[in-house]
Design a protein around this ligand. Structure first.
Ligand code: NDP
Length: 309
């Protein structure tokens, strides 16, 4: 396989201007910005994209997703058409870790209600026993890959008691106990914060639903930086309404953008961010570094890094 030209699809503009990525790559390969929903892929060997288009199946040898989550791509069809798919896992740990630290601090230090009061010009201190500190609170991180490790780093620095869940159950520095998915309920039972950082696959679809919320503390905060469908959103709304859990910080949703009529907007103890937990001004540089590295691997006839298909 030889890659002499790369298309950057307009869809990346959800996260950064496509021109930034083009300019970061033009010294090593021909790069053009296209709208893959309309333009032909024929002149290009590879595409860097956020969206998936069926035209990729016939048009290119290699697709690079600027996201870590590639649940929107049809793996079987890509295999059938011998199209390689790589993702951007590995670049989001620090950004998402800091965002999750921000969520936890917003709840503990009551910054969430303070910001809501500010928009109403209201001077409204929390009640005396409403605020708490994070030190020694238990935080269960479900998924200990790139994202999970970034969250472990920040949670440990804040003095939280960090436990985790991962497929392998293998131990990890900074995580006191690691459970397998079979012991999810044991892991989340005593945790003040339950943070989701798993890929969306069949086994993680609605991983958190009515039974899981019932197993959690009634003051627990659910944090989802994974993918919307990892949480059964209707069951979450029911759990929040019934006070079965204490609150949630959500970056991802079953439908995005979150519809204006979603009840999630209205809860006092829900913090919503618009799928931007991994945003950073370095995003395009980090993607460019991955693409460059893989171009070197292709030249050397080596396996690509972050190869999914
Ligand atoms: P990685 O592949 O690096 O890590 C995935 C982790 O999930 C691994 O620890 C894996 O276990 C664990 N895991 C997989 N299945 C299960 C399961 N059923 N139960 C418990 N743990 C499981 O992925 P990343 O950390 O890079 O990304 C994870 C997901 O986060 C992405 O797929 C994407 O959807 C989302 N994401 C969201 C972002 C945002 O902006 N909100 C930004 C970036 C990613 P093991 O280690 O044993 O294999």
């Amino acid at each position: 396989m030889e890659i002499s030209s790369i298309a950057v699809d307009e869809s990346v503009s959800t996260v950064f201007p496509p021109e930034q990525l083009r300019d970061a790559l033009v010294d090593i390969v021909d790069v053009m910005i296209i709208d893959a929903g309309v333009d032909s892929l024929e002149p290009y060997d590879a595409v860097v994209t956020m969206a998936y288009h069926d035209s990729y199946l016939e048009g290119v040898y290699w697709i690079h997703s600027i996201q870590a989550g590639v649940d929107r791509f049809p793996f079987d069809e890509l295999r059938e058409h011998e199209v390689i798919l790589t993702n951007s896992s590995g670049i989001h740990g620090s950004a998402v870790g800091e965002t999750v630290a921000g969520y936890m601090l917003s709840f503990a230090r009551r910054l969430l209600p303070a910001v809501k009061s500010q928009t109403q010009r209201e001077w409204s201190p929390p009640t005396w026993d409403d605020a708490y500190t994070l030190a020694d609170e238990r935080c269960c991180i479900v998924g200990l890959g790139t994202l999970g490790r970034g969250i472990v780093k920040q949670a440990s620095a804040l003095g939280l008691d960090v436990i985790g869940v991962r497929r392998s159950g293998e131990s990890l520095n900074g995580v006191r106990t690691v459970y397998t998915p079979d012991d999810l309920h044991t892991a989340i039972r005593e945790s003040k914060f339950v943070v989701l950082a798993v890929p969306l696959v069949d086994e993680t679809h609605h991983l958190m639903s009515t039974e899981e919320f019932a197993a959690m503390r009634d003051d627990a905060i659910l944090i989802n930086v994974a993918r919307g469908p990892v949480v059964d959103q209707d069951a979450l709304v029911d759990a929040l309404e019934a006070g079965i859990i204490g609150g949630a910080a959500l970056d991802v949703f079953e439908a995005e953008p979150l519809p204006k009529d979603s009840p999630l907007w209205d809860f006092e103890e829900v913090l919503i961010t618009p799928h931007c937990a991994g945003f950073t001004e370095d995003y395009y540089r980090n993607v460019a570094d991955l693409v460059r590295e893989n171009l070197v691997h292709i030249d050397a006839g080596e396996e690509l890094i972050n190869k999914i298909v």
